[in-house]
Design a protein around this ligand. Sequence first.
Ligand SMILES: Cc1cc2nc3c(=O)[nH]c(=O)nc-3n(C[C@H](O)[C@H](O)[C@H](O)COP(=O)(O)O)c2cc1C
Length: 372
Amino acid sequence: MDRGKTVKRIGIAADILMYLLLTAQLLCVFVGVTVHEFLGMGFFACLVCHIVIKRKVILAMFRKRSTKRSGARLFSDTVTVLLLLCCVTLMLSSMGVSRIIFPWFRYVQSVSLHRYLACAALTLAVIHGGMRGYMRAKKKKRAGVLIALGAVAALSFGLFGVPYLDRHFKKVEIDYAGKVSGDKLDWQGGRTLTVYFTRLGNTDFEADVDAVSGASLLLADGRLMGNTQLLADMLCDIAGFDKTAITLTGKKYPSSYASTVFAASEEIKSNARPPIEPIDTSDCDQIILVYPLWWGTVPNPVATFLEQSSLGGKKIYLIATQGSYGFGSSADDIRELVPDAEVEEVMSIYCDDIPDSRQRLKDWLESINTAK
Ligand SMILES: Cc1cc2nc3c(=O)[nH]c(=O)nc-3n(C[C@H](O)[C@H](O)[C@H](O)COP(=O)(O)O)c2cc1C
């Protein structure tokens, strides 16, 4: 068989496989870590194959720097270079977060960075592939629109779809005592109450929720638990604080994660104050408030707690858990809700990092451990 044709076919097969693998990799939550890591190896093997086959085109792209190129060609070449750079950094970050194949590689260890790079790689790959069609297309405008739509879809899938699927389907099982118990701290900072809000206890879960417990829940030694609840338990184990949960007395949130997201958005729009069980804060000098970020702010039941408790003159430390980054406008919103309280800066913790946050919490408590 003609060697050129065989190489071309291998190239096309590797290209198709790369797109499929990249998409499958973003759906890591369904395939598990081991398969994810081996598929990743497959992706990079295909990439090397692609680069070897296209080496002449790639080299020509750099050599042609001095010659005049059309705008579309320039754009396409820029995307190709960015994609190459993105794939190299993605490869390094894949090794950094690897637990099975490269456990010895301890650089670029950020899971969030890894996810963002994968999302950028998919988006750039869609544009890169699309530009090949654009060059040949007769109806350029239509081809351009299709590429833009494909890129937006890939970007949205990576930025919003993947975190959503992760939160909804990932089942996290932890060894509770191993994560929560450890070195203690001699707390000097006055009487401190940890107040937390979590979906657990505030949601009408279906009987089979264990099977889908990833909806921002953990299985701690087989027991269902909320992320913020685990953080509160860690804080109390470290410094011996008392803790209490913010608990709804009226209608609870729906079992489905998506419906809860919707219900929360309705509450925010209507500035609702869902009724909660009263929490006595009179005995404490300060509060550590642990809350999940909901729509970039505090959940409305937390607003109820802040408004209905007498917190004037008290210090409030904030810990926000989130599924993306930062803490949105939550700190400013809390300051508005309790203008007489002394509201400190927020510590923001990514939800996947929560089970391994004990040391971080202890370091943080040490930094604020000053006598009242
Ligand atoms: C209604 C709702 C809205 C959310 N909004 C955001 C958000 O705006 N930004 C974010 O990073 N995470 C968001 N998340 C994710 C949660 O903050 C994150 O999963 C948190 O760790 C959940 O804590 P919990 O298990 O104690 O409830 C949202 C989750 C829910 C249920």
